[in-house]
Design a protein around this ligand. Structure first.
Ligand code: FE
Ligand code: ZN
Ligand code: FE
Ligand code: FE
Length: 221
């Protein structure tokens, strides 16, 4: 502030221009001093870091959503699948923190609207389906698979970008997670097909299901 006042006092029309020029040359000097590395500080790298922040936020949101999904699931197998993926997710968060470190950036989340929507969808499924039904499990599996597919798209894109930017170590690290997400998706398909979907298909719609007492009365009257 003081420098600006000093400068403007002595100059007339061009007073504001030298200030801009000066700050520009300062930035140029800074970047010139840095060792020239592939695409560092590029627009693409900025986007890459933003995308990492997005998935970092998404993974963290999942560590909160998965316990709820597990708790609401009917079958012990699906509960187990969710619990195991929670542990995998925690490791993926650490892995992302390593990637931020490799980039010399602070691990930071940026709200992911897509993941927020997917988590909300799983919450509506829980509130709109009955407790202890396989129908809920069948629906929860699909909700979880939507999450996995979002993650597969995200990590798949990040791996591609990392390779393009010649950040091969980062590409390899992210590929480990990508493969875990693919495995999780396949596992969910297996769990659904093995029994849950069949059980759900055989479940009667008990919207107007009589209570046990009512059933007994109808049988014995
Ligand atoms: Fe994940
Ligand atoms: Zn996201
Ligand atoms: Fe996103
Ligand atoms: Fe996942």
């Amino acid at each position: 502030m003081a420098t600006k006042a000093k400068r403007t006092s002595g100059m007339k029309k061009t007073a504001s221009r030298p200030a801009a020029k000066r700050s520009n040359s300062k930035t140029a000097k800074k970047t010139a001093n840095k060792p020239a590395k592939d695409l560092n500080g590029s627009m693409l790298e900025d986007f890459f870091i933003d995308a990492l922040k997005d998935i970092y936020w998404a993974e963290k949101a999942l560590t909160k959503a998965l316990p709820k999904m597990s708790k609401s699931a009917t079958s012990s197998e699906l509960k187990k699948t969710f619990n195991e993926h929670l542990e995998v997710t925690k490791k993926q968060i650490v892995r992302l923190e390593e990637v931020f470190k490799q980039l010399g950036k602070k691990a930071q989340g940026k709200k992911c609207d897509a993941m927020q929507g997917l988590v909300e969808e799983s919450e509506s499924i829980i509130s709109e389906t009955k407790d202890d039904t396989f129908t809920r499990d069948a629906a929860l599996i699909i909700a979880a698979q939507k999450v996995e597919h979002y993650e597969i798209a995200s990590y798949g894109g990040l791996v591609q970008l990392a390779r393009t930017m010649k950040k091969n170590d980062i590409a390899k690290t992210l590929e480990v997670t990508l493969n875990e997400e693919k495995k999780a998706d396949e596992l969910l398909t297996q769990v659904a097909e093995k029994s849950i979907n069949v059980e759900a298909a055989g479940e009667e719609n008990d919207k107007e299901k009589p209570t046990l007492k009512e059933s007994l009365i109808s049988i014995f009257s």
